[in-house]
Design a protein around this ligand. Sequence first.
Ligand SMILES: NC(=O)c1ccc[n+]([C@@H]2O[C@H](COP(=O)([O-])OP(=O)(O)OC[C@H]3O[C@@H](n4cnc5c(N)ncnc54)[C@H](OP(=O)(O)O)[C@@H]3O)[C@@H](O)[C@H]2O)c1
Length: 329
Amino acid sequence: MTYLAKADRYTDMIYRRCGNSGLKLSALSLGLWHNFGGVDVYENYRAILQLAFDRGITHFDLANNYGPPPGSAEENFGRILHQDFKNYRDELIISTKAGYTMWDGPYGDWGSKKYLVSSLDQSLKRMNLDYVDIFYHHRPDPETPLEETMGALDLIVRQGKALYIGLSNYETPEFEKAISILDDLGTPCIIHQPKYSMFERWVEDSLLDSLEKNQVGCIPFSPLAQGLLTNKYLNGIPSDSRLAKEHGFLNEQYATAEKIEKVKQLNEIAEERGQTLAQMAIAWLLKDDRVTSVLVGASKPTQLADSLKALDNIIFEENELRAIEGILA
Ligand SMILES: NC(=O)c1ccc[n+]([C@@H]2O[C@H](COP(=O)([O-])OP(=O)(O)OC[C@H]3O[C@@H](n4cnc5c(N)ncnc54)[C@H](OP(=O)(O)O)[C@@H]3O)[C@@H](O)[C@H]2O)c1
């Protein structure tokens, strides 16, 4: 069936400016790490993408290695892009990344110029695109000089293969060194993608302050702690959950009894707020306006529809915040 985007798709979404750039991002972005690979069901992920766009999500986040198998999420996204979203390319912000293992040998990993340039060329081919909107270095490389990695990102922008540059998983000192090199090159970093949720708060130590000071946007990934910060695991491990699947990066060591107890208590606060726990976990991140967009995953359209409702209430009373801190402590 031919897809026609909903005419009112921009009415209910919040758009936030990404740092000091000209770019605004939808307050929710959709990540394609899981559920869009070769092992997944086409009709399901196509429906998730259509729902996202119909509800004002403009930003879709990929990486070279998303799948499994690696590369298949980009291929699948590219196929749907050309089938359903061809007429909407200028309404979309598509990101991809390189930095983790992608192919054999010494040039398929980390942060050399050789790897980053070749990897983005491969990603563009897989998605059948001329350019991506944001290209990220996925993780810092302890061996390659930062000047080389940042130089490769600058080159990629000058070649027109990416419009903007982002960094992911960089801790504050190396982030600050990297953005200073990028500034000198004339290609500013506009966004940082860290892991950040109620269960993972390292960014609060200094990264968020640094992002604010340097006017760089922030897009937290795994905001639901891969599904733990939802009502999904309240009564055991469902067979269709990420935790139960063989592929993927969530296993039982993350879902300790202590964590599930905290999830139960957080769920009570969410219910008092009239939200699901997923909605509260997203709102809790968006209450901070240094957060540009929250990068969620979804394995079903109904999950994304649930998460989108977080935007109905992103304000917290002092007593709610205190109660949440008490549980997380
Ligand atoms: N830069 C990096 O290093 C990095 C690393 C990881 C992720 N990311 C990016 O961040 C994106 C999001 O990561 P993530 O998938 O871990 O995010 P997440 O939003 O924390 O977890 C998504 C999972 O939570 C469950 N879920 C989602 N919405 C739900 C709802 N409303 N109710 C109940 N369960 C719900 C689903 O799990 P089930 O599958 O169990 O149903 C879904 O697959 C990725 O796709 C990727 O783009 C980046």
